[in-house]
Design a protein around this ligand. Sequence first.
Ligand code: S3P
Length: 173
Amino acid sequence: MKIFLVGFMGSGKSSLGRKLARQLGLEFFDSDKLVEQKTGLKVADYFQLYGEESFREIERDILQKSWYPDNCVIATGGGAPCYFDNMEWMNQNGKVIYLSLSAKTLADRLENSKTERPLIKDLKGQELIDFISGKLSEREIYYNKAAFIISGIDLTAEKLAGYLSHVNENQER
Ligand code: S3P
């Protein structure tokens, strides 16, 4: 089974995804990292040089055309589900999990994050919260198409693995 983690920037897709993969003994992929390997540029630099539209095309190609093993965990960029047919493609090709968090919690996390994120680079405090609230309400239409929606609050890889094994057991019955 391929497990896709989706959600807003700062929702923990990459860090939880890496730990979840370790816990399940699966290979881990991070779509932003795959884009960086392919382009030789950091995501922030790519945005600056070529713009968001070009980034979205590369992101789709990486997501949909990379080779993945049958069983693996893939963390996607926060915008990926909202462009092209990425969400439908993920739903057809694996189990999609949306890590859901409030705008305020995301803002707190993002203010303390060291990762450079082009969409929010000049924002902090209330401005950041407002930006996230707006974007989140546009994006939730896509995120909510995930097969599983899980609160990201106090979520650990162990809890996520437990949840998935429970879901699998019930589906096999
Ligand atoms: C983006 C999220 C980022 C990265 C790019 C755009 C977005 O990934 O793909 O900066 O549009 O939300 P993370 O969600 O891993 O930060």
